[in-house]
Design a protein around this ligand. Structure first.
Ligand code: ADP
Length: 604
């Protein structure tokens, strides 16, 4: 077996186990419904083969016997046949109804679990192309191609029904017209081989298509998001987007055309095999009927049984191939769900309300990168201290904060809180220590209240209004149609609002204040503002923060004058560290030069 096949085979069992595990755990009665549906559907198929025989034999026998008795018998057979069909029809309709409901339920379940995993996984994976690619593949593999849990269950159900039908029709053939069996078997083997070739062509196309489909999807769905509206209009980029969409849809068309071209020859041989099989079968059964070896009813039953056997056996093979294909795609979901954690998880609780942060000889490289972004960082931030971190863009300031918040683990050295390596703390406990406003903070398409409190149950919490007042957002909120409950963006509510840049910053600051964490960090959410406006915001924030520990990041010096300590980042390390007065006095120092250049903004 080729390595690729081995690999695909290795995905079937774990995927089936995973899917049926979910089904057994969440909706076990569904399996019972499937079994009942499978048995009735197979029984209806076999009834269609057997009942006509008895009806025909009774009708034929009428010519040479008691007409009334045979007519009564034929009517009874027909009535029984109808009874079986009606009953199986009712069961199938009820089953389909339940199936439709559960299909939605399982799709939603799978999507929900995937979203939860994506939100909870280690942050560094969100910046890692491999993890992002696996996430995309998980979404595609589970929905678009495999049909999710229901897609795979349908294949298992299909095999189950067809096995019952195949065994029953093979039994009928063996007892009535045994030579039909090898004819059907040989043609089935040939058809299977050609079908496998067609499947392979389709699989290769899928890989090609999914690549284009993703880019096409990005251009069409992602970029039509209102948030890109301004840039698309002002830069007149819709034409470029449309050209790109057209380009990729043409690429997809080319792949489809090639697929149907490559499949054509195999399709033709399959049609020929089918015709030969039918010709030989009819000839054989007809000969047996003419020589009196079987009745006319048997002839009809054999033809029916041969067709049923053929379709059920090919159904089994289709089902197995379907499971292989679907599982190899659905397995991508499991791979993402099991994506290895990037960081060890601690369990320690953070105790007390006074905390000392210490970086001890910390060096850091981003995963998959050779470049040292930080080198030998040594710094202690005491409880209540206000630290200003300055340096040029790209000096590693944000990375310093990411390490402090343990969004990444240090490559060398250690970070300690109260003398304990931060890796020992439980993630949830540890993150409770920090309220950070990053430069690229996000507001979500929820209400302003939810964006600040991250809870939908704060209607009566006065702290939300207090925070709004402190962050200077109260006037703005007063003017919004639904106050704090106004939706941000118009995605889900036409009364939704687009906040101005300044309002967005205030909202992000309010969010940090509301969290009431012991350490607050502003990582240049104000970078787009002029130095004086930034200075005002930082200063105001500093008074709100009071006795908490605070870290302010800027490529300017907006927070330096009112901070206890300043750390100047340059050449991947802390080049200067001290108070404003100390650093200003270093002759030719980086800080002294920066301050001389920017003094106009901060002197008064
Ligand atoms: P600053 O906040 O001082 O502007 P950053 O900490 O954002 O600097 O970046 C420091 C360096 O690390 C830059 O060279 C940047 O390109 C690099 N960098 C930032 N984020 C990543 C990442 N996720 N992967 C690889 N390199 C990164």
């Amino acid at each position: 077996m080729s390595e690729k096949k081995e690999k695909r085979k290795g995905k079937v069992l774990p995927t089936l186990k995973f899917m049926f595990g979910i089904m057994l755990r969440e909706k076990p009665y569904f399996i019972v419904i499937y079994i009942i549906m499978g048995i009735t559907s197979a029984a209806a198929g076999i009834a269609g083969v057997i009942f006509p025989k008895f009806i025909i034999d009774e009708l034929v026998a009428m010519g040479g016997g008691d007409v009334q008795t045979h007519i009564t018998a034929a009517i009874l057979w027909a009535a029984a046949f109808m009874g079986v069909l009606v009953l199986s029809g009712i069961i199938a309709a009820a089953g389909n109804y339940v199936q439709d409901i559960l299909r939605e339920w399982f799709n939603e379940y799978i999507d929900r679990k995937l979203a939860e995993r994506a939100m909870e996984m280690d942050f560094q994976h969100t910046e890692d192309p491999d993890a992002l690619d696996k996430l995309n593949k998980a979404q595609e593999g589970m929905s678009w191609y495999s049909g999710g849990i229901m897609g795979i269950t349908d294949s298992v159900y299909y095999i189950f029904t067809n096995v019952i039908t195949a065994v029953s029709s093979a039994g009928i053939i063996i007892f009535t017209c045994p030579w039909l069996l090898p004819v059907q078997a040989v043609s089935l083997v040939l058809i299977t081989v050609f079908q496998a070739k067609i499947n392979k062509i389709e699989r290769l196309s899928f890989v090609e298509l999914s690549k284009y489909n993703r880019i096409f999807g990005y251009v069409f769905w992602h970029l039509s998001d209102f948030r890109f509206g301004k840039d698309i209009r002002l830069y007149d980029s819709a034409d470029m987007m449309n050209r790109k969409a057209k380009h990729y849809s043409e690429k997809m068309l080319t792949v489809w055309k090639k697929e149907s071209h490559d499949e054509r020859g195999f399709q033709w041989i399959m049609d020929l095999t089918n015709s030969l099989r039918d010709g030989i079968s009819y000839f054989y059964i007809g000969y047996m009927a003419l020589t009196g070896a079987i009745t006319i009813g048997d002839l009809s039953m054999c033809i029916g049984a041969a067709g049923t056997l053929y379709f059920s056996l090919s159904g089994i093979i289709d089902g197995i191939q379907g499971i292989y294909n679907k599982c190899s795609y659905a397995h991508r979901y499991i791979e993402f769900m099991d994506y290895p954690a990037a960081m060890s998880k601690g369990t320690r609780k953070v105790t007390g309300s006074s905390h000392v942060i210490e970086f001890r000889n910390v060096s850091f490289r981003y995963p998959r990168s050779e470049k040292w972004v930080l080198r030998n960082i040594n710094i202690t931030i005491k409880q209540g201290e206000h630290l200003s971190v300055v340096g040029m863009n790209g000096a590693g300031k944000t990375t310093f904060i990411k390490l402090l918040c343990r969004l990444y683990d240090v490559t060398e050295g250690e970070i300690l809180i109260d003398g304990v390596n931060i890796k020992e703390y439980s993630d949830e406990e540890y993150r409770r220590l920090f309220a950070v406003v990053f430069q690229d903070f996000s507001l979500f398409a929820f209400s302003l209240r939810e964006n600040i409190a991250f809870s939908d149950d704060t209607k009566n919490d006065p702290a939300v209004n207090e925070t709004i007042a402190k962050s200077g957002l109260a006037d703005d909120v007063g003017k919004l149609p639904d106050g704090l409950d106004t939706m941000i963006f118009k995605s889900f509510d036409e009364n939704g609002t687009e906040l101005s840049g300044g309002q967005r910053q205030k909202a992000a600051i309010a969010r940090a204040l509301y969290k009431d964490a012991p350490v607050v960090i502003l990582d240049e959410p104000t970078a787009a503002l002029d130095p004086i406006a930034e200075y005002d915001i930082y200063r105001q924030f500093d008074t709100l923060v009071g006795g908490k520990t605070a870290v302010y990041i800027s490529h300017r010096l907006s927070s330096c004058k009112f901070c206890d300590r300043i750390a100047v980042f340059s050449d991947s390390t802390i080049k200067e560290y001290g108070t404003h007065d100390e650093l200003s006095e270093i002759p030719g120092g980086i800080y002294a030069e920066m301050f001389a250049a920017q003094a106009q903004y901060y002197v008064n």
